[in-house]
Design a protein around this ligand. Structure first.
Ligand code: SR1
Length: 346
């Protein structure tokens, strides 16, 4: 077996994907150590990898890593807390100087993260609260994100309606969005939540669609669905189409991707608004944050990227059909100045 095939076989067995870097493999002229030499090893350990959001996040992380001359090893997420712990241990033993943790269950990660920190490895967490002052937290201002889209809910539907809510507890961004939803309901007592459902698995949209079909049959009075994760919204919309009730329902979500844009733009789509950042930009920010730590610089403890509200009308009026079109209209979808420094190449 050739060396490349052996490396590939190991990567498949461990869930790791290896990428060679080229852009600044020999180091960035004028950058602080260790980036002046290049070849800095960093691991990205995911809890979830399926779905548009996480694929775009990984692509953004890879792009920024390449620009920094980082040798990024990506561990695929399989919604398995024990496996994610093992992957972090593998990252520690592989000589990684930095680790980015993307989602996960805090209780199963805190001690293994401490092991990494004790070995001098720098750690950044995206959307999982490691609760450690040494671990910067990247997030998308989730309460603001939920409030943006709930403001649109009121604009479109007023403050008296029957709602369905898609939620799964235990994921930091969903829990933060849930706080905003609870506050919203308390402030608007005529908003009646008739049903709550949800699933996060490797087929999230289909699982949510199956549940939503039963909910719509049991509660035909539901006119608004708050589904603050694009896979949730995709499932809620699929079930509405299948039940033939798309024209009576409005679905509000979080996140955006080219295929989400296509689904929202579809004639008669019940999915009418979302609040989102560009997940590729969040991946870039996460890698820059760990790079700053490695260079002895401070990215700050809370690194927030502000979301933008996008309505179906915005997409149609501005002929936005892809994420690239969205970036042309909204600069926040092109780049973020979070965790930036003059020596970091874009
Ligand atoms: C299961 S958690 C899903 C969320 O994680 C990211 O924050 C995305 O915004 C997505 O909505």
């Amino acid at each position: 077996m050739k060396l490349h095939s052996i490396a590939l076989a190991i990567a498949c067995a461990t869930g790791a994907v290896l990428f060679n870097t080229t852009a600044y493999a020999g180091g960035i002229p004028g950058a602080p150590a260790p980036f002046d030499q290049g070849g800095v090893r960093v691991a990205l350990v995911n809890y979830l990898s399926s779905g548009d959001y996480f694929q775009a996040y990984e692509a953004g992380a890879q792009k920024q890593a390449k620009a920094l001359g980082i040798d990024l090893r990506i561990f695929e997420g399989r919604q398995n807390a024990a496996e994610q712990r093992e992957q972090i241990e593998q990252a520690i033993n592989s000589g990684a100087k930095g680790i980015v943790i993307n989602h996960g269950l805090p209780e199963s990660l805190k001690d293994v993260v401490q092991q990494a920190l004790d070995k001098g490895i720098k750690v950044v967490a995206f959307d999982v609260d490691i609760d450690n002052p040494k671990v910067p937290q990247v997030e998308q201002s989730d309460r603001a994100l939920a409030n943006l889209v709930l403001t649109q809910v009121v604009k479109d539907n007023g403050t008296a309606f029957s709602a369905g809510y898609v939620y799964v507890a235990g994921f930091a961004p969903l829990d933060r969005r849930n706080e905003a939803w609870k506050t919203f309901k308390a402030a608007n007592p005529q908003v009646k939540e008739k049903a709550q459902w949800g699933a996060v698995d490797d087929q999230t949209a289909n699982s949510v669609a199956n549940q939503a079909g039963a909910v719509y049959r049991a509660h035909p009075e539901i006119s608004v669905v708050f589904a603050p994760y694009d896979e949730f919204a995709r499932g809620a919309a699929l079930a509405a189409d299948e039940a033939g009730i798309a024209s009576k329902l409005k679905i509000y979500s979080a996140d955006i991707s080219t295929s989400d844009i296509e689904a929202i733009r579809k004639p008669g789509s019940p999915w009418v608004a979302t609040a989102a950042t560009n997940p590729a930009v969040i991946g870039e920010v996460s890698v820059r944050a760990v790079a700053l730590l490695l260079a002895g610089q401070d990215p700050g403890h809370r690194i927030e990227v502000a979301p933008t509200l996008i309505t179906r009308d915005d997409l149609l009026k501005n002929e936005i059909k892809t994420m690239a079109d969205l970036g042309r209209k909204f600069p926040a979808f092109r780049a973020s100045d979070a965790a930036q420094a003059s020596w970091i190449p874009q």
